[in-house]
Design a protein around this ligand. Structure first.
Ligand SMILES: *Cc1c(COP(=O)(O)O)cnc(C)c1O
Length: 352
């Protein structure tokens, strides 16, 4: 740390991303919820020589083709969509725009909410999940702060029905409620039908999980046109060319390839069901997952012993050193052969 660092940030703990080990080919990487599949073949075709030559120009400020494709796919008007450099950027823009009076979120959820609120100096209200790791919608009504909820939640994988989201949005007419739908394509119920009805609802989505494009950095938000205008104001105040032109082209092609999207997510869901059942048979407690990962606790051994044992067998999974969940592992759903290897390794570890 230099002597120049802002006082407030000196004891500040930044977000810790999941490990990105070298030699990734030789190991099974189930720790950052990436897809085992490549992006759509149509996206690969979009990466032409011309698209690379065009890098000399700034990217399209209005992400016109991409927003049109999203608009058509999701049946949401163009002026109700904004794209970002990953959904991380969009959620942070939203916090800057709407979080100055403070931000409320769960104790066990996406770790970045806490980091962004802290780096911005905003006050934080933590609303703990119940014993079963569920969100109680009643906790979120009569709130005087911006609300952020990941639905389905991470790292638990548990989804709230649209009716519960509506209770929360309806109960906070003077606050923005941001629903982070990073994992919704794997079985959650989207709040998109509610954006016409509520002017305080914002939804974020990403291409990182269900569209196999984590490295392209592409996310977007949907909501009332005025909320989107506010977010664009923040964007134009920080980084107007936030989505590069190659990513715009890849994203547009990916959205248009509905067949591949449906095939990959149904493969992930099928492989998840296999994994849930196999871990359950081995005595794990597994939370009901609507995501491309499962959150599970091993029998007999600690979470750390299980994670270390897997690692010795070249399998990486994620664990959070947090009260209530330190013995749980968040295991990304990879390909079927990868998950079969995980189950074999698991048998060795818990039956020895
Ligand atoms: C992965 C993830 C994101 C961030 O996605 P990017 O689009 O890659 O920035 C946001 N929210 C949750 C809950 C996530 O798991």
């Amino acid at each position: 740390m230099s002597k120049f660092l802002t006082q407030r940030l000196q004891s500040f703990a930044a977000y810790t991303p999941g490990e990105q080990p070298k030699n990734a080919e030789t190991l099974i990487k189930l720790n950052t919820n990436e897809s085992p599949y490549p992006p759509s073949p149509k996206a690969m075709e979009a990466l032409t020589k011309t698209s690379i030559e065009d890098l000399r120009l700034y990217s399209d400020l209005s992400a016109s083709a991409l927003i049109s494709a999203l608009s058509e796919d999701l049946q949401v008007p163009r002026d109700q969509i904004i794209c970002g450099n990953g959904s991380d950027e969009i959620i942070y823009f939203a916090m800057l725009a709407f979080g100055t009076r403070g931000v409320s979120f769960a104790d066990i959820t996406y770790g970045f909410y806490d980091v962004w609120a802290k780096v911005s100096g905003f006050s934080i209200q933590i609303l703990p999940l119940d014993q079963g790791f569920n969100i109680n919608p009643e906790d979120y009504t009569t709130n005087d702060r911006m609300v952020i909820i990941a639905n389905p939640n991470a790292p638990t994988g548990i989804a709230l029905p649209q009716s519960a989201i509506e209770t929360i949005v309806n109960g906070n007419p003077d606050q923005v409620v941001l629903i982070d739908e990073a994992y919704v394509d794997f079985g959650g119920e989207s709040a998109i039908p509610l954006i016409e009805k509520y002017d305080n609802l914002l939804i974020s989505r990403t291409f990182s999980k269900s569209r196999q494009m984590a490295g392209a950095r592409l996310g977007f938000a949907l909501g009332n046109a005025e909320l989107i205008r506010d977010l664009n104001k923040i964007r134009y105040s920080i980084n107007p060319y936030n989505v590069n032109s190659l990513t715009q082209a890849l994203g547009t092609a990916s959205i248009k390839d509905k067949d591949y999207f449906d095939w990959t997510r149904s493969e992930i869901i099928r492989t998840r069901e296999y994994t849930v059942e196999a871990l359950g048979k081995l005595g794990f407690s597994v939370m009901p997952s609507s995501c491309n990962f499962v959150f599970a606790k091993p029998p007999r051994i600690s979470g750390k012993a299980y994670q270390d044992g897997l690692r010795q067998r070249n399998i990486f999974v994620r664990r959070f050193e947090l009260a209530r969940i330190e013995n749980y592992l968040r295991i990304t759903i990879g390909s079927m052969p990868q998950m079969k290897r995980l189950i074999e390794a698991t048998k060795e570890l818990i039956c020895s």
